[in-house]
Design a protein around this ligand. Structure first.
Ligand code: FCB
Length: 484
């Protein structure tokens, strides 16, 4: 009998060599230090300080103080054996008014962070925009316009490209993978449609204008990044593509699914990856926005500049059906917060349902098959290398008297979803990495600090970090390079 050494025996499902095992975070959710070193307010500072917007009245003012504790956090990542780390750059730190030259003090923080990561053998992946638009670009205090800026304004796309160039010039020698936007669907449709995210505006036409200008900003930024970065750099975007499932095969439910696929997914993948907005999307939303004046000549060429990698953020599938007519005015609850206003322009006739009753603390159904499905369909449709740029779960963790946190539900969630990634790889998808959301408990946007996604617990009184049992489990997966 051959004796198999324990390490290889247990690694029954190995991931491909070089597969990145990472975690993901975002600047406003962890950094704090919102007025340090020249940083100015972003739309999230303004929004979180507006009464009634965030559960518990929480703000990101201190968050988990990563700005000061990043060395400790990087050491912890190294202890866990992470090979990569996805974080976001705070635009209002790097270019405080959203215009003009870069702030060296702001850049210094990211120079120090990336140096620290590299010194620990962790590959940095930088997201340029994880929702913290400089407030000055949303409501300019100088110039002709006093309001009405933000992503519905075309100018914001050009400002974003300038910022991308500044960031790449300063950090391009140490960051080789760049993500332009994180979940533009949330920026456009939660920020300007349902208003549950900053800046809290609620106009379906503005939401669609925002979507187009986010697309344009992405394309212009891809161009700016390519011009500033070495040819070997990889450029990507992170999309929260909705795995849309009709509740039945009936024509009305199929029609509901088509509408949500259009305004949830193809509004971004169409222009970015195919150079077009699909006719059905334009038709569904023609009463809300004049696409002919919105989309200028040349925009689609700009937006569809090739990218090297496609990032998927996945949490749960979206089950839809046709809605009875009399429910069109009800408050919208589709897993993205409740609002009287819909984040789905042109889809008033659609109702949302839970995929199952196995829920995380967010109320999001657990269904790992959606992750394999999304990876495979992206692989088949676009043929690009993929990363899972976010996946993870919030649960109500319990702290034992000795301070440890045992979180088997999170471990189970992660294990099942990593298997789903392996399933997609087995079926042919070229998946290069998995970025677990999230390293640390953090400011979960409109839900405040109550929802904990971290594999490391943060005590919000002392800011002490304690790896949960899920972190130990993930470290073991990384050590073995695969799953049991
Ligand atoms: C995603 C966001 C991320 C985090 C997770 C739970 O939509 O990109 O910042 O809030 O959800």
């Amino acid at each position: 009998m051959t004796v198999v050494p324990p390490d290889t025996r247990s690694a029954r499902r190995a991931f491909p060599p070089g597969f990145a095992f990472g975690t993901a975070t975002a600047a406003y959710q962890i950094e704090g230090a919102v007025a340090e070193d020249g940083r100015t307010p972003s739309i999230w500072d303004t929004f979180s300080h507006t009464p009634g917007t965030i559960d518990g009245g929480d703000t990101g003012d201190t968050a988990v103080d990563h700005y000061r504790r990043f060395r400790e956090d990087v050491r912890m990542m190294a202890d866990l054996g992470l090979t990569s780390y996805r974080f976001s750059l705070a635009w209002p730190r790097i270019q405080p008014t959203g215009r003009g030259p870069a702030s060296e003090r702001g850049l210094d923080f990211y120079r120090a962070l990336t140096d620290e990561l590299l010194a620990h053998g962790i590959t940095p992946v930088a997201t340029l925009y994880h929702w913290d638009l400089p407030q000055e670009l949303e409501t300019p205090t100088v110039g002709a316009r006093a309001a009405g800026g933000g992503w519905p304004a075309r100018e914001t796309a050009y400002r974003f490209a300038d910022y991308a160039a500044l960031a790449a010039e300063a950090l391009g020698d140490r960051v080789s993978t760049w993500i332009t936007l994180n979940e533009p669907w949330c920026s456009a449709f939660l920020g300007y449609g349902s208003g549950v995210h900053a800046p809290g505006r609620t106009d379906p036409g503005d939401a669609l204008r925002a979507a187009h200008h986010l697309n344009l900003g992405h394309g212009l930024a891809v161009g700016a990044l390519r011009a500033a970065l070495p040819a070997s750099a990889k450029v990507s975007v992170s999309l929260n593509l909705h795995v849309v499932r009709p509740r039945s095969d009936g024509p009305e439910d199929l029609e509901a699914a088509r509408r949500i696929d259009a305004v949830g997914n193809r509004v971004f993948t169409g222009p970015m990856l195919k150079g077009r907005y699909d006719e059905d999307l334009l038709k569904d939303t023609a009463h809300l926005v004049d696409w002919d004046t919105l989309v200028h000549d040349g925009d689609l060429v700009e937006i569809s500049r090739p990218i090297d990698l496609l990032g998927l953020n996945y949490y749960n599938p979206t089950v839809v059906s046709a809605a009875p007519a009399d429910t069109a005015d009800r408050p919208r609850e589709d897993g993205h917060g409740s609002s009287t206003f819909s984040p789905w322009p042109g889809a008033d006739s659609v109702a949302f349902h839970r995929a199952n009753d196995d829920l995380t603390a967010m109320g999001w159904p657990i269904d790992p098959t959606g992750l394999s499905e999304a990876l495979l369909s992206m692989h088949r449709e676009f043929g690009l290398p993929l990363i899972v740029s976010e996946n993870g779960a919030a649960f109500q963790d319990t702290v034992a008297p000795d301070g440890t946190v045992h979180d088997p539900e999170r471990t189970d969630y992660l294990r099942r979803h990593l298997h789903a990634v392996a399933d997609a790889i087995d079926a042919g998808a070229d998946v290069r990495g998995y970025y677990l959301w999230s390293l640390l408990d953090n400011f979960e946007w409109a839900y405040g600090y109550d929802k904990r996604f971290g594999i490391v617990r943060v005590d919000y009184d002392t800011l002490v970090r304690t790896p949960k049992s899920s972190a130990r489990w993930y470290a073991e997966v990384i050590r073995r390079g695969g799953l049991d």
